[in-house]
Design a protein. Sequence first.
Length: 307
Amino acid sequence: MTVLLIDAALVALLLLVVGRARAARRQPRARIAWLAGVVGAVALLTQGTVIPLGVLDALLGGSNILKLVQGVLTMVALWLGIQAGIAPVTARVSTLRWRVPAILAVVFAVVFFVAMPVRPGTSFRFIEDAVATSTGAWVYGVVHMAGIALVGTMLCVSARVSLPGVRWFFRAGAIGIVLGCVSEIVDLTLTRFFTPVPVVSALFDPLFYLGVLAFVVGIFRASRVTGRIRRRAAALLEEIDAVAERRGVASLPGLADDPSVDTRLHALRVAVEDHAIASSSPLDATERALLDDIDAHLTRRSTGVRS
């Protein structure tokens, strides 16, 4: 079951990466969500279901450092997913404030090497097995899961600004991820200090990876919505261009070079209406309806679309 869940999440992320590659190439902001998919896919590839753990971990010394890499990549992928929803329209990967993931990555690394200076050979259940006899492994496992849960909580909170049609996918995904991390913390604690409970031990995989799947589905749905918004904007721009040309509205300096369709829409909308007033030639019903459509487009809820 664990392998199936990991592979299902991996396939979903790879589909996202391929499906959003064109948008990422053309739209700088869309690269945030695309990069989240790339990092998430790499994180799942380190789970060993496609490429053997021994091969990957051997590249890092064969002492389970791959587990640390998994934690950092997972945390960064979730954080990028948050930024894809809450960052401003002008945001770029290079302009994001990386302080939170950087601090968490450093904390993960310091605790990992300090708490477990000596580690066994490569193992998929390295932490779970080590916790039975190592308090250091328990400390790292708890810190690791708490850090992922923190980012998952931030993701859940950020979902409130998502579009209504996709908001619940992001929230369900975040809740699944957080509950999975909490269940793992409880399991590690029971294993180290009390008696492990099989039911609790089995909770992490379905909660966490189904949460990842729900989040990826949310991104897919959001991508379709934003695609429709962009196509609608292009159609409105073509129509207002025709109206401006028909009415003899003077070209606006610098407008043709502006990369934002919405900026051009707003400028032409204002120019057309101002020209109608100045020339005492009222807009007809069709033209007025077009301006109303442009107003509705420009005043739409634009945050949280995770484009």
